[in-house]
Ligand binder design. Structure first.
Ligand SMILES: *[C@@H]1O[C@H](CO)[C@@H](O)[C@H](O)[C@H]1NC(C)=O
Ligand SMILES: *[C@@H]1O[C@H](CO)[C@@H](O)[C@H](O)[C@H]1NC(C)=O
Ligand SMILES: *[C@@H]1O[C@H](CO)[C@@H](O)[C@H](O)[C@H]1NC(C)=O
Ligand SMILES: *[C@@H]1O[C@H](CO)[C@@H](O)[C@H](O)[C@H]1NC(C)=O
Ligand SMILES: *[C@@H]1O[C@H](CO)[C@@H](O)[C@H](O)[C@H]1NC(C)=O
Ligand SMILES: *[C@@H]1O[C@H](CO)[C@@H](O)[C@H](O)[C@H]1NC(C)=O
Ligand SMILES: *[C@@H]1O[C@H](CO)[C@@H](O)[C@H](O)[C@H]1NC(C)=O
Length: 923
């Protein structure tokens, strides 16, 4: 930068010297302007660094630059160049500029109003940046402007002045958080062909003046909050595309709209529109995509719809259409998606659809259809068929076997009967087959064995009989198997344990006999297991605790015996039903919470009342009597409860992390009483013990005397999933890692409404406290600051490079860096951390992550999860350590943008004196 500035000064000096002294070439004014623009960029693209040379005479060979014969810049294209920084007002000095393309960079700040002085500009593309504030009115001065794209930034509203850009042909401000109305002045844009204002929060009515945009062919106003009715004036336009979906439009669609015979894409779903479709819509003969779903349309769909057109997508889901389904929808042989579910039709599916070769998705569920299923003789492209919840009768035909590409079939909740056709075995790609709630009968055909891709198979609530077929054995990907409420007989096959992916296994309501095979404990992913209402005998297999994910267990109404010891380690159980069996012995401590309803009619069960909370509910149960028996069991149970903590941990962590169970067991017994002590020491988490309120929970200090001091973080769940997610995420990440510069999770405790996480207490609080909160401020000499910086970097490097998958913390800041008694830093608060692999859930897009002041500009509004974002935040922490100023501090003047990074940059640029920047107290 300095070198460049030097050259500029040199060339400027040269320019003032008399002609004979022109020994250095003199960069022309447009060149100087470009250099001065680039000086506002924190990162400068390589193409610029390599070619933007201040000692050139003109910038015409510079990267991204095109000139006119007078060596003045006419085009600047620096799209996708990783530019970070702002657009300076000097842009207006490029007087001949016709095209400016700075799209897809990280440009921040506002668009300078001086842009309005680039009076020759024809193309302005600033899309995909992080610009904010107002769109300057002065853009309305750009009378030559033909192409304006400001999409994917964050602006406030649309200035009416833009209506003055009378030469505008393409105009897009998509996804910019715009509020306020669509200015009626846009009706003056008589040359505009494309107008895209989608994905904002624009409100008010659609201005009828838009009908004056006589060149308009493509109008996209979807995903806003527009209200009122669709102006009939728009029918004057020769539109090919009209996107009005996901707004708050009401009323009837004006007849004029149904008559725009150029329309190819009419998407008006997700509003409050109503009315009947007039016969005139058959004039929309170019219509390809026609979506009306989630509105209140009613009446009969004109039977000639589709008669001479190229319909590809028809989606009328969730309206109140009635009458027969028009048979012509596929007559153009283009129809790929026909989605008519949640209406109330009459009659059956027209047989014509059985020949609709283009059809990929047929979804007509819950629509009152009757009759028989069509013969799908020529629909080889069908992928997805959902006819659930109608009143179809008779058999499933062998022609289903011709749907060779299909992945999903849902025929549940109809009145189908007869045998399953063996041709279903041809459906090699089938992933979900739901035949539940019909009147199907007979054995399942052995040919089903070929459907080895099945993930979900539901045949429940039918009259199937015979034994559970070995055909299932090949379905190794199966995660849901529901054969409940049929007439299956025989025993539960042992091969069931080979279906390792099973999450949901339901065999209830059959006439199965024999024992529960002990191999079921190998189904380690099981969440739901239902064997109720059969004639099963024997015991619940031992080692049932291997089913660490099990949440729902129902084996009620069988003849099972023996004690419940094997259930004593299931700590994520949420629903349990053991009623109507012959179980004996004590109810394990972890199951006492189910006393009310889970153990009915098991006269051999008893309750051990060494435990606090069973007095009230145990009236219906015998107390377990033998004293010696009781104490030994209590001990045993305590150990089981304790082990439960690791079981839970194991469950939330998923695979990949195991305690050394031997050591852990003993340790955990201590921890259990530890939590008890913690509650005592904090008087049940009394507010007096609060030492911090983080983004993700409240932190208490618990001093246990000789047992040490702990920080207890309480995360409220309050009915929301978010709290649990945050807890799981924290445990998931921090439970996995071991590093001296990361806080160590000591234990966790789950309660109904909240969870507790126990950490070692850090004597010196957070780095934030030390730097800014403690009074008088402690002296922090540079060796300590260096140690903190280095330790934090070590911790971060471990997360990024030594963890597998790598962990991105996403909220690195001094508040989350805790200091122990030796001032060694420990990174904490993993509530929004992210494992960098595909499997972990992503946050909703569009939410701001991290903390203002620490988020890298390029990370703020994108869904990018990258290590670099953490590194930026770490950089801010370093600046904070060095300057002892807060990242966002009201003492920074407004012009610095209230931001430490900008403050340091501007102070440094001004003074170039390190003393002005660093914390004097540390020197
Ligand atoms: C700029 O151009 C001059 C003369 O053409 C050359 O000597 C110098 O090395 C160039 N500087 C850079 C950074 O390329
Ligand atoms: C603009 O720059 C980008 C990136 O350097 C390049 O891919 C694109 O082709 C350029 N466009 C024009 C019209 O030169
Ligand atoms: C700007 O550059 C991008 C990427 O090269 C390109 O897609 C876009 O069309 C350009 N804009 C204009 C107005 O040429
Ligand atoms: C920009 O244009 C305005 C009038 O629109 C004028 O007052 C101003 O001087 C111009 N600025 C420059 C730098 O040309
Ligand atoms: C635009 O439309 C409105 C109403 O539709 C009309 O009154 C007006 O004359 C039209 N012309 C212009 C230039 O606004
Ligand atoms: C379903 O269709 C029958 C005629 O097949 C009709 O009588 C009945 O009203 C319809 N049900 C609904 C809810 O529309
Ligand atoms: C079925 O899917 C395959 C690829 O999955 C595709 O190539 C083929 O065209 C589809 N249609 C038929 C009729 O097989």
């Amino acid at each position: 930068m300095r070198f460049k500035a030097g050259l500029i000064y040199l060339s400027m000096v040269a320019c003032f010297l008399p002609p004979p002294f022109y020994f250095v070439s003199c960069l022309n004014s447009d060149g100087q302007t470009l250099l001065s623009l680039s000086r506002r960029w924190i990162t400068t693209p390589q193409s610029i660094l390599s070619s933007w040379n201040a000692s050139d005479a003109d910038p015409c060979l510079w990267g991204g630059v095109l000139c006119d014969p007078n060596k003045l810049v006419v085009s600047l294209n620096l799209s996708s160049s990783h530019i970070m920084g702002e657009i300076g007002p000097e842009i207006s000095m490029l007087t001949q500029l016709k095209s400016l393309n700075l799209s897809s960079n990280y440009i921040s700040g506002t668009i300078p109003s001086q842009i309005g002085n680039c009076s020759r500009i024809q193309q302005l593309d600033l899309a995909n940046n992080i610009l904010s504030g107002k769109i300057p009115k002065s853009v309305g001065n750009l009378l030559d402007l033909m192409y304006l794209d400001l999409s994917y930034n964050q602006f406030i509203s649309l200035p009416p002045d833009l209506g003055n850009c009378s030469n505008l042909e393409q105009f897009a401000v998509v996804g910019c958080g715009l509020t306020g109305p669509v200015p009626s002045s846009f009706g003056q844009l008589t040359k505009v062909t494309l107008l895209y204002l989608s994905i904002n929060q624009l409100s008010g009515n659609i201005p009828p003046q838009l009908a004056n945009c006589t060149s308009l062919t493509d109008l996209q106003l979807n995903d806003n909050q527009l209200e009122g009715s669709i102006p009939s004036e728009l029918g004057r336009l020769k539109l090919t595309t009209l996107y009005l979906f996901t707004n708050r439009l009401t009323g009837e669609v004006p007849m004029s709209i149904w008559k725009i015979d150029t329309l190819e894409n009419l998407l008006i779903n997700g509003n409050g529109l109503f009315g009947e479709l007039p016969i005139e819509i058959v004039q929309l003969k170019h219509l390809k995509v026609f979506t009306l779903y989630d509105n209140h349309f009613f009446g009969v769909i004109p039977q000639s719809l589709g008669i001479n057109d190229s319909l590809t997508i028809v989606d009328f889901y969730n309206n109140s259409f009635s009458g027969p389904i028009p048979p012509n929808l596929c007559s153009g042989n283009q129809l790929e998606r026909l989605i008519l579910g949640f209406n109330s039709f009459q009659g059956s599916i027209p047989s014509e659809f059985g020949n609709c070769a283009s059809l990929k998705r047929l979804i007509i569920n819950n629509s009152n259809l009757t009759g028989v299923l069509p013969h799908f003789v020529n629909t080889p492209n069908m992928l997805h068929m959902n006819l659930e919840g109608n009143r179809f009768t008779r058999q499933i035909l062998g022609s289903f076997g011709k749907l060779t590409n299909i992945t999903l079939i849902n025929l549940s909740k109809n009145r189908l009967s007869g045998l399953l056709p063996m041709e279903l075995g041809n459906l090699l790609w089938l992933q979900a087959l739901d035949l539940s709630h019909n009147a199907l009968e007979g054995p399942l055909p052995p040919e089903l064995a070929s459907c080895s891709m099945l993930l979900k198979f539901n045949a429940s609530h039918n009259f199937f009989n015979g034994s559970i077929p070995t055909a299932l054995q090949t379905m190794s990907r199966l995660s849901t198997l529901d054969l409940s409420q049929n007439q299956f007989s025989g025993s539960i096959p042992t091969f069931i344990s080979e279906l390792k992916a099973l999450v949901d296994l339901q065999l209830g309501g059959n006439t199965l006999r024999g024992m529960i095979p002990s191999s079921v404990i190998e189904l380690e992913r099981l969440v739901t297991l239902n064997f109720s209402y059969n004639g099963l005998t024997g015991r619940i297999p031992s080692n049932f605790s291997k089913l660490v994910m099990l949440q729902n267990l129902d084996v009620s109404h069988n003849h099972l015996t023996n004690n419940l010891a094997s259930l004593s380690e299931l700590h994520v159980l949420a629903n349990l039903n053991l009623s109507y069996n012959l179980f004996i012995g004590p109810i394990p401590a972890n199951l006492v919470k189910f006393l009310n309803s889970s153990f009915l009619e098991n006269p051999g069960l008893c309750v051990d009342c060494g435990l606090d909370n069973c007095d009230v509910v145990s009236r219906n149960f015998r107390h377990c009597t033998s004293h010696s028996d009781q104490t030994s069991l209590t001990k045993f149970q305590t150990a089981m409860v304790a082990l439960g903590a690791s079981a839970f941990l194991f469950a939330v962590i998923g695979l990949g992390f195991m305690f050394h169970s031997g050591q852990r067991e003993k340790h955990d017994i201590e921890d259990r009483s530890l939590f008890h002590k913690v509650m005592e020491a904090t008087e049940d988490l009394n507010d007096r013990y609060i030492i911090g309120r983080g983004t993700h929970g409240t932190v208490y200090k618990a001093s246990l005397g000789p047992d040490g001091v702990y920080a207890v973080k309480k995360l409220m769940f309050g009915g929301s999933k978010e709290g649990i997610t945050s807890m799981v995420r924290e445990v998931e990440t921090i439970g996995k890692v071991r590093h001296r510069n990361l806080v160590r999770l000591e234990d966790i405790q789950m309660e109904k409404d909240y969870g507790l996480i126990l950490y070692k207490y850090m004597q010196n609080g957070s780095l934030h406290d030390i730097l800014h909160e403690v009074h008088p401020p402690p002296l922090l000499d540079w060796s300590i600051r260096c140690k903190i910086a280095l330790g934090t970097a070590h911790g971060l490097a471990y997360l990024h490079f030594d963890c597998d998958p790598p962990v991105v913390h996403r909220d690195i800041k001094p508040m989350n860096i805790l200091l122990d008694e030796e001032m060694e830093p420990h990174i904490s608060d993993f509530g929004i951390a992210k494992l960098l692999d595909q499997s972990s859930p992503t946050l909703m897009s569009g939410t701001l992550r991290g903390t203002i002041g620490y988020i890298a500009p390029e990370c703020a509004f994108t869904s990018k999860e990258s290590k670099e974002c953490d590194v930026y935040s770490y950089g801010v922490v370093l600046l904070e350590l060095i300057t002892r100023r807060k990242a966002v501090d009201p003492s920074f003047s407004d012009t610095d943008g209230l931001d430490l990074v900008k403050w340091v940059r501007s102070v440094w640029n001004e003074n170039k004196e390190i003393e002005v920047v660093v914390d004097a107290a540390g020197l």
